[in-house]
Ligand binder design. Structure first.
Ligand SMILES: [Zn+2]
Ligand SMILES: [Zn+2]
Length: 274
């Protein structure tokens, strides 16, 4: 029997992304326009990685969402799972150009992603996660903001968030759940990592102490920046959930506030850097 892909606490969406990466590895030796731009901007490979990851994420999204579309269509026409698999197989072979030998594995992984996409977090699990976070005095795992555990199930209460997005084949089990504030929860939606945000738009005109800085640096930009260091201080690697609010600083103080020049620090390391 086929083993369930998430038995090692790895989300099916993550497994599918790894599979796509293996089919299309980043070719760091070949000269390409992106490597030349990366060199020009002294990005140390960071720009190349962003473009690569966002392209892989795009392929992943196309696969999962298209399969969901086929599945809904089959359900609407009262056709079974067999028809769905046949349609999906034909699509991957004829309308995309996946090699035939990989299609079986891709269909297994996509099907697992669709199961996760349609599953909800059990109320008992939500309750347990909130309780655990409260007992351990955790902050929002994304921004490090303080959480209001006491206001029940209202809009402002603590949200139980999928670290790997449910829509992209993320599990609704413990290992993939974390507490977040409502502001972060609603902006993160189905973003997988920093490369899924419009990082190329993040170029600010204002400086840190300017009056418009906080307006220009909106929550979506902040989220993208925190995501690039996986919600941790870039020096001590303490997570926002434990360190509290993560702050921003510039790598090159002569340069403006843009995505590649902004670094993420906990309170302590932000102060040390001055
Ligand atoms: Zn937050
Ligand atoms: Zn730190």
């Amino acid at each position: 029997m086929q083993k369930s892909v998430d038995e090692n606490n790895i989300n099916p969406g993550e497994q599918l992304r790894e599979f796509i990466k293996k089919l299309f590895p980043a070719d760091v030796k070949n000269d390409s326009f992106i490597l030349r731009i990366d060199y020009l901007l002294q990005a140390d490979g960071e720009l190349r990685d962003l473009v690569y990851n966002s392209t892989i994420n795009y392929v992943l999204r196309r696969l999962i969402v298209t399969a969901d579309y086929f599945k809904r269509k089959c359900e609407k026409e009262n056709k079974g799972n067999e028809k769905f698999r046949t349609d999906l197989r034909a699509f991957l072979k004829d309308d995309m150009r996946f090699p035939e030998k990989h299609i079986g594995r891709i269909i297994v992984l996509i099907s697992e992603c669709l199961d996760k996409r349609n599953a909800d977090v059990a109320d008992s699990t939500k309750h347990k996660i909130r309780k655990r976070a409260r007992n351990n005095n955790k902050a929002c795992y994304i921004c490090g903001g303080e959480l209001e555990f006491d206001i029940g199930d209202s809009y402002n209460s603590v949200q139980v968030e999928h670290k790997w997005p449910k829509a992209m084949g993320g599990s609704s089990d413990n290992f993939n759940l974390e507490v977040a504030c409502p502001k972060c929860n609603c902006k993160k939606s189905d973003h997988i990592d920093a490369s899924d945000f419009h990082y190329e738009k993040i170029c600010l005109v204002s400086d840190e102490n300017d009056q418009h800085f906080s307006t220009e640096m909106n929550r979506e930009y902040e989220l993208a920046l925190w995501a690039k260091r996986e919600f941790k201080c870039s020096i001590c690697e303490k997570s926002a959930a434990d360190a509290g609010k993560l702050k921003f600083g510039r790598k090159n103080p002569n340069d403006s506030w843009h995505f590649l020049n902004i670094e993420i620090y906990c309170e302590k390391h932000h102060e040390i850097r001055g």
